[in-house]
Design a protein around this ligand. Structure first.
Ligand SMILES: [Zn+2]
Length: 96
């Protein structure tokens, strides 16, 4: 009845910490590729998330592929990330 489809790929679930290889625990990996954004919301590990980013990568140590899921939660709009031009130009008048 129910399709027992097993995914052969291994997921690593992280939110912010650098993901480690589920096989050898190495954090040495190749760049992410095949990034998929899943619009789901829920709570994971006590944190609310509104979307999941699924990224595929490959371990450099054991050469195995694995997937990493990032649980993301956009910051509320009231938090202004002001990275304005903080350029202080201390141009002082020359003294004579
Ligand atoms: Zn590995």
């Amino acid at each position: 009845m129910a399709k027992a489809r097993r995914k052969r790929e291994t997921y690593v679930q992280v939110d912010c910490s650098p993901p480690a290889c589920p096989f050898c625990q190495s954090t040495d990996r190749e760049p992410y590729f095949d990034v998929v954004t899943l619009h789901q919301s829920g709570v994971w590990n006590g944190k609310e998330f509104t979307r999941i980013r699924r990224k595929r990568t490959r371990c450099k140590s054991c050469r195995r592929f694995y997937l990493v899921r990032f649980f993301e939660h956009p910051k509320p709009a009231e938090a202004p990330e002001s990275s304005g031009p903080e350029q202080e130009a201390p141009k002082r008048a020359r003294k004579r």
